[in-house]
Ligand binder design. Structure first.
Ligand code: ZN
Length: 165
């Protein structure tokens, strides 16, 4: 399992629902958690490893238990917003402030097929919203105006010998 980097089209996939939460899915989740951990990230979504599945993993900090979200949907978002310097394992080195709802209610299945509806706020809500976007082919840089987006991506693109759009 390897990380997919921007601007790979695999990051733009609108993912399919997971039909059966079986050993194969649990194995994907386990490997994604390992990759997230060695990459020093707090979340990793299936498209970031080239999988067309509605699945992401989160570990809020080193002490926290890793969480697996399968077929997630955000069913409520707070009116209150918060700003945070966001980044992405698929666009290493690019960080910028982004406003998002401070809290969300999310419905999902875990790796054992159990269904949960939980409310999250602050950092965990931030990670969840970022990873949810990945499942819809959306990246955090998409929220910025074209000019700012290009400016933020310029050093990244140059470093990789890629031509900016
Ligand atoms: Zn990301």
């Amino acid at each position: 399992m390897e990380m997919v980097f921007y601007p790979n089209d695999l990051l733009r996939v609108k993912t399919k629902q997971v039909e059966n939460i079986d050993d194969k899915i649990r194995d994907y989740a386990k490997k994604m958690i390992e990759l997230m951990d060695i990459s020093g990230g707090v979340g990793l979504a299936a498209p970031q490893v080239g999988l067309d599945l509605a699945l992401f993993v989160v570990r809020e900090n080193k002490m926290a238990r890793p969480l697996v979200f399968i077929n997630p949907s955000i069913i409520e978002t707070s009116y209150e917003l918060s700003s945070y310097k966001e980044g992405c394992l698929s666009i290493p080195g690019v960080y910028y402030d982004l406003m998002r709802p401070k809290a969300v209610v999310i419905n999902f299945h875990d790796e054992n097929g159990k269904s949960f509806t939980i409310e999250n706020s602050d950092f965990l809500a931030r990670i969840i919203q970022h990873e949810m976007d990945h499942l819809n082919g959306v990246l955090f840089i998409d929220y910025y105006e074209e000019k700012l987006k290009n400016k933020l991506l310029k050093p990244y693109m140059r470093e990789r010998g890629l031509k900016a759009k």
